[in-house]
Design a protein around this ligand. Structure first.
Ligand SMILES: O=C[C@H](O)[C@H](O)[C@H](O)COP(=O)(O)O
Length: 237
């Protein structure tokens, strides 16, 4: 099975958890896009949900599919969010933000009664950190912010690489909120909770890509089938 087909399989399984009338947070990235596509097909058959997007890209995709969209200002509480991840460990701790949407993703997931993560098996890890941890930082005081990050008392010091829009145009990537992304190559993050707490104390860091205690369920598609980590279907969300 191709990686694309695995993403579709996880996305379609997540659709089973969506009930008519739910308020649904829509994630960002190639896997979340498969879920939005699948939901769009269901909506085209008359299924009714109200959704909130975690990025402008997802908003545009969902609107094009005829999905009814709202905002967290109109719907400050959502029933469920379905999103992808860059890494997932056995305790449902995640690294997210490979597409730069981590801030809105964390706001939307935290405003939801439950979060389902969908991924292909390549995202499953023993220890987080091989994927560089994205941090959303304000442009003001960038050099000072990077100094503070590299001074954090964690095993591997790292000031973070400024994410560029493309490799060639020399312009930094900007998030939907106008901020920058620093990609931090920690290699291994054996104590994600500690790193999360430490990063929260750096004033220029708006948010970091560690999602701890947020995801309730992960649907992981591998060539040998689907694996579900987390709450049982019967008591979720
Ligand atoms: O900012 C982007 C998100 O956190 C994505 O959900 C994450 O990067 C996974 O993306 P993909 O499904 O494309 O691997």
């Amino acid at each position: 099975m191709s990686q694309d087909a695995l993403k579709v399989a996880a996305a379609e399984q997540a659709l089973e958890y969506i009930e008519e009338g739910m308020r649904v947070g829509l994630g960002t990235g190639s896997t979340a896009a498969k879920f939005v596509e699948a939901l769009g097909r269901k909506v085209a058959q008359g299924f009714k949900v109200t959704c909130v997007a975690t990025s402008e890209v997802t908003q545009a995709q969902a609107l094009a599919l005829g999905i009814q969209m709202s905002t967290l200002d109109d719907q400050p509480y959502l029933d469920i969010t379905v999103d992808g991840a860059d890494e997932i460990d056995g305790a449902l701790r995640l690294i997210k933000g490979g597409g730069g949407a981590l801030l809105r993703e964390k706001i939307v997931a935290t405003a939801s009664g439950g979060m389902i993560v969908i991924a292909d098996a390549s995202k499953q890890v023993e220890t987080l950190g091989a994927f560089p941890l994205p941090l959303e930082v304000v442009p003001f005081g960038l050099a000072a912010t990077r100094n503070m990050i590299s001074a954090l008392a964690i095993d591997v010091g790292c000031e973070g690489d400024i994410r560029m829009r493309t490799l060639s145009d020399g312009a930094p990537f900007r998030t939907d909120s106008g901020n920058l992304i620093l990609d931090c190559h920690f290699g291994r993050i054996p104590a994600p909770e500690e790193l999360d707490e430490a990063l929260k104390l750096v004033p220029g860091v708006v948010e970091n890509g560690l999602f701890i205690g947020i995801a309730d369920l992960a649907i992981i598609a591998g060539s040998d089938g689907l694996t579900v980590i987390g709450a049982e279907e019967s008591d979720f969300p």
